[in-house]
Design a protein around this ligand. Structure first.
Ligand SMILES: Cc1cc2nc3c(=O)[nH]c(=O)nc-3n(C[C@H](O)[C@H](O)[C@H](O)COP(=O)(O)OP(=O)(O)OC[C@H]3O[C@@H](n4cnc5c(N)ncnc54)[C@H](O)[C@@H]3O)c2cc1C
Length: 325
């Protein structure tokens, strides 16, 4: 499959990249390309301008700073899960990075590309020939969302593996645009609109993420359910974070909504409690009420909801096991 035609830029500095993105509002950033280029080949995305940011120095780093952990946008997934500090302090993040796609995706794929990846749907992520059997879906430029048969709305799912882990660690995102850098919470990066999943201002790009020291002190695990063990997006992913001392718990899910979803109802229910069998059973029952998945893949919403409770329980067990050892 060939790529469509596009104008190509290779800036060497962030300022230059931001300038191009600002002047060309329909331009798209290219990092590892493992998401964008596939979508372009399928003609579900055809940006007229591509800005390859891989030549920009200083965006590939992992460093500790006053207890916080900072990771640059262009840091590859492989670097994340093989870094000794991440392996020791943030095994949940390492686990989610090593669960992405195949080894090739991990070597090429970057932190920012993973977080900012396009939403997915069985009517969208298909070849042009497959899609020609139906009118274009709303996300691909048509009028109707075939998932719910409604106009002007898109129910595609966010399926990134790293976002739920970063959500439970209350990560902050540093964006850089024409007006300089700004910091937002991971939660505020996602719009919940399947057609345009990110809250980015024109010209902005993700520069780095900051995981605050209080989250680094807790323990986190990520559980993933996928069709195949390798090369597959999550059918469902659950991240769980715990501060045993403070009896504070955080949970987030991926692949169940238009954005990665924090399980606030579960968190408030668990907060301040010991994780007894009885409490956990009740929390598992709450898990399947956190999201209302729709049929964006071959898996039924009821199957996903059932699995949310089970996967939540298995993420809790893994995290508690890790925090004791
Ligand atoms: C077969 C297959 C299997 C996959 N399996 C998984 C999986 O299991 N889990 C998973 O999470 N992903 C999966 N992916 C998706 C993808 O490989 C990964 O998410 C990867 O980490 C994307 O990173 P990238 O650098 O290649 O992104 P790119 O393709 O370069 O970019 C992805 C998106 O992010 C935007 N972007 C990139 N950098 C920035 C930035 N600095 N600021 C703002 N926007 C930016 C781009 O414009 C683009 O829209 C899979 C892909 C394929 C083809």
């Amino acid at each position: 499959m060939r790529l469509p035609k596009f104008e190509y830029f290779e800036p060497k500095e962030i300022k230059e990249a931001v300038g191009i993105l600002q002047d060309q509002p329909s331009a798209r950033i290219l990092a590892g390309g493992t998401d964008l280029l596939v979508n372009m080949k399928h003609r579900v995305e055809s940006p007229p301008v591509i800005v390859n940011i891989k030549r920009i120095q200083g965006l590939d780093f992992i460093r500790g700073e006053n207890g916080d952990v900072r990771i640059g946008a262009l840091t590859t997934l492989k670097r994340i899960y093989t870094d000794p500090m991440i392996m020791e302090k943030l095994p949940g993040l390492a686990g989610s990075a090593s669960s992405v796609g195949s080894y090739h995706h991990q070597v090429m794929g970057t932190l920012a590309g993973n977080i900012c990846q396009q939403n997915r749907c069985k009517y969208f992520n298909q070849s042009r020939m497959w899609r020609s059997a139906k009118p274009l879906c709303f996300k691909a430029g048509g009028e109707i969302c075939h998932v719910v048969n409604k106009k002007g709305i898109c129910y595609s799912s966010y399926c990134g593996d790293l976002a739920p882990v970063l959500l439970v660690m209350n990560a902050k995102i540093v964006l850089i645009g024409k007006a300089g850098p700004r910091e937002i919470s991971m939660e505020n990066l996602f719009s919940g609109n399947g057609k345009a999943p990110l809250n980015l201002i024109t010209g902005e790009m993700l520069k780095e993420i900051i995981i605050p020291s209080e989250s680094v002190k807790g323990v986190c695990c990520y559980e993933k359910l996928a069709n195949r063990e390798s090369i597959d997006f999550p059918i469902l992913g659950t991240a769980f974070w715990v501060s045993v001392q403070n009896r504070e718990y955080r949970v987030a899910f991926t692949a169940v909504d238009q954005k990665p979803l924090r399980g606030q109802r579960i968190e408030s229910f668990l907060s301040g409690n010991d994780l007894t069998e009885e409490i956990l059973d009740q929390a598992c029952d709450l898990a399947d009420k956190v999201a209302k998945p729709v049929k964006t893949s071959i898996y039924s919403p009821s199957y996903k909801r059932k699995m949310m409770g089970r996967q939540f329980r298995s993420a809790v067990d893994k995290t508690i096991g890790r925090s004791i050892s």
